[in-house]
Design a protein around this ligand. Structure first.
Ligand SMILES: Cc1cc2nc3c(=O)[nH]c(=O)nc-3n(C[C@H](O)[C@H](O)[C@H](O)COP(=O)(O)OP(=O)(O)OC[C@H]3O[C@@H](n4cnc5c(N)ncnc54)[C@H](O)[C@@H]3O)c2cc1C
Ligand SMILES: *[C@@H]1O[C@H](CO)[C@@H](O)[C@H](O)[C@H]1NC(C)=O
Ligand SMILES: *[C@@H]1O[C@H](CO)[C@@H](O)[C@H](O)[C@H]1NC(C)=O
Ligand SMILES: *[C@@H]1O[C@H](CO)[C@@H](O)[C@H](O)[C@H]1NC(C)=O
Ligand SMILES: *[C@@H]1O[C@H](CO)[C@@H](O)[C@H](O)[C@H]1NC(C)=O
Ligand SMILES: *[C@@H]1O[C@H](CO)[C@@H](O)[C@H](O)[C@H]1NC(C)=O
Ligand SMILES: *[C@@H]1O[C@H](CO)[C@@H](O)[C@H](O)[C@H]1NC(C)=O
Ligand SMILES: *[C@H]1O[C@@H](CO)[C@H](O)[C@@H](O)[C@@H]1NC(C)=O
Length: 474
């Protein structure tokens, strides 16, 4: 048995049969769990403000949803997940701080688009909205996003506590919002960008659709702001620079297995994949991953934390590269329900499904990207099977040329649970106020999409407001 009681770990230590001498104890101002866009930025910001940090990252690299695949024959970088930094306030200052330029531009190529019901493999007689109708509806949507921006961007700092002050537009289901403002012609484009990841988005409160694809996305779609990439084309370069800067302050391949928190300090118990254990003692804990009950299990939530965060529901998102000899040419296949006939932009596939398979620029002739969305219980196996089945369905009915090939995944990214949401009723009852009131409770703070918005640049702007509060009194 260990001689020193470390928070609640006496029991844990004995069950792990670990001797205290094997455990490294390190002390920091702030311990950050998760080194994606939000956690990486926070670590640099805190270091720049003379605070000591430790980052605990589950995977073997920083960047989270920003990953890169280097094409084996051309070496061309292919961004997986995050495709661009959507211009917002002055947030290009972060790449510039890291010596990463923002001079590049996104690569597009003209594709022949097919609208296919992936459950049958058959084409749907669908046509997207006319550019003029789409433009008008997107402009209207943007003006509504702008109207509510002060409540939501870069976070919920000004969101009303409860009741009548909360705009009805934000709590109503997105389908009702679309109808109220006749936004139908904007929806396919929003869906195709990031809204498909929300899953059953028409039955989700408008607030969450705006968090997934609101102001910054609509502005970029209307050509009013930039979708930024570095001149290297490789967005992950930013996180490689951050990794170099942080050096040994990041613990990779590591997860938190237990913790102890009170109003003045925290201790987190970190386990490396190879079994090496560390205790990080810090003044503040910054949660920089999606706050799902499973992910938060090692954090010994109190009743309020468990009740608030336990209300969140998620979809799960997958992206990557797929190959099948029947997939060829400069083409894309978008999953389309049979009811979505010409002029009906009110019906979309439900998860689990693969939203789109599209030729990948820079990948040579035979590399295709995919985006798929699942429910909370889905995982890589079920989604890979679903993608393979969707391709087989197209082969089976002759939508694509028949071959004897199989589906392979040169890169498969499991983005895990995303797009947290609660019901409109919970929102009206004051959920956001209860959620934001968790900031600072038991020396614990939260960044990331669930508290801000699902765009890297918005998260960086959110951190710039949040972090001065985090370090108050340090
Ligand atoms: C397919 C796809 C495309 C996207 N495209 C764009 C885009 O073009 N532009 C854009 O701005 N945004 C895009 N996004 C949204 C993207 O989610 C955000 O921009 C941003 O990357 C989210 O950053 P984050 O730090 O909150 O989360 P993440 O990037 O998910 O980072 C979380 C990190 O925490 C780690 N982690 C998770 N759980 C634990 C744990 N228990 N312990 C330790 N570590 C843990 C993860 O490994 C990860 O590194 C896209 C998302 C997806 C899925
Ligand atoms: C950090 O410390 C350096 C060196 O002491 C000092 O020059 C700088 O002003 C400090 N920065 C902040 C943000 O406090
Ligand atoms: C970005 O702008 C905000 C608000 O105008 C400001 O507080 C912040 O210091 C700026 N950040 C950088 C890195 O320039
Ligand atoms: C990016 O653009 C800036 C401003 O035009 C320029 O100063 C810089 O040299 C460019 N960097 C790269 C790597 O192209
Ligand atoms: C659009 O299609 C859906 C699903 O088939 C149907 O329920 C709805 O009534 C249609 N809407 C219009 C305006 O045709
Ligand atoms: C099928 O193969 C033929 C011959 O190679 C080619 O011309 C055609 O474009 C292919 N069809 C599709 C749908 O890819
Ligand atoms: C598939 O393989 C069988 C057996 O080798 C062959 O007869 C058939 O022509 C192949 N089909 C295609 C589409 O290549
Ligand atoms: C928090 O409380 C202080 C004093 O009240 C104790 O000294 C700490 O050990 C305790 N920290 C944790 C992580 O429980």
């Amino acid at each position: 048995m260990p001689s020193r009681k470390i928070g609640n770990f006496t029991l844990l230590l004995s069950t792990l049969a670990t001797s205290i001498s094997a455990v490294d104890v390190i002390t920091r101002d702030v311990v950050i769990i998760g080194g994606g866009a939000a956690g990486s930025h926070a670590a640099v910001w805190l270091r720049d403000h003379n605070k000591t940090v430790a980052v605990v990252e589950r995977s073997s690299q920083l960047g989270g949803h920003t990953a890169v695949y280097h094409h084996p024959s051309t070496g061309a970088p292919i961004n997986i997940g995050v495709q661009a930094w959507m211009e917002y306030l002055n947030t290009t200052s972060f790449p510039h701080r890291m010596g990463v330029d923002t001079n590049g531009s996104m690569q597009f190529e003209p594709l022949t688009k097919h609208y296919i019901d992936f459950t049958s493999g058959l084409p749907v007689s669908y046509a997207p909205p006319s550019p003029a109708a789409e433009q008008a509806a997107l402009s209207k949507y943007l003006s509504l996003c702008e109207k509510h921006a002060s409540l939501m961007l870069p976070g919920f700092f000004n969101f009303p506590a409860a009741g009548a002050d909360i705009p009805e537009d934000l709590t109503m289901d997105f389908s009702a919002f679309v109808q109220k403002y006749s936004l139908q012609a904007a929806v396919p484009r929003l869906w195709d960008s990031t809204v498909m990841g929300v899953g059953d988005f028409l039955r989700v409160p408008t607030l969450y659709v705006m968090q997934a694809s609101g102001l910054v996305m609509a502005r970029a779609m209307l050509g009013q702001s930039r979708a930024i990439v570095p001149s290297s084309g490789n967005l992950h370069e930013l996180y490689e620079r951050v990794a170099d800067l942080l050096g040994g302050d990041v613990q990779y391949d590591s997860i938190v297995v237990g913790s102890s928190r009170n109003e003045t300090d925290v201790e987190v118990w970190v386990k490396h994949r190879d079994g090496i254990e560390t205790v990080i003692v810090a003044k503040r804990l910054l949660v920089a991953f999606e706050p799902s009950p499973v992910a938060l299990a090692p954090f010994d939530l109190d009743d309020e934390e468990a009740d608030v965060l336990g209300k969140l529901r998620f979809s799960s998102v997958y992206a990557g590269l797929v190959q099948h000899p029947s997939l060829e040419g400069l083409q894309s296949w978008t999953n389309t329900v049979p009811g979505a006939v010409e002029g009906n932009f009110s019906t979309y596939p439900l998860p689990a499904h693969v939203g789109r398979i599209a030729h990948q620029p820079g990948g040579g002739g035979r590399l295709f990207s995919f985006t798929a969305v699942g429910n909370e219980e889905d995982g890589p196996e079920s989604i890979q099977a679903l993608i393979a089945q969707s391709v087989e369905n197209m082969v089976g009915v002759g939508t694509v040329n028949a071959t004897n090939g199989t589906t392979t995944f040169p890169y498969f990214a499991n983005h895990g649970l995303m797009h947290s949401r609660v019901s409109g009723e919970e929102l009206r009852k004051g959920f956001i106020a209860r959620q934001t009131a968790l900031q600072g409770r038991r020396a614990t703070w939260y960044t990331g999409a669930a508290f801000s918005s699902g765009f890297s640049t918005v998260l960086w702007a959110y951190n710039e407001v949040l972090l001065p509060r985090v370090i108050e009194g340090l």
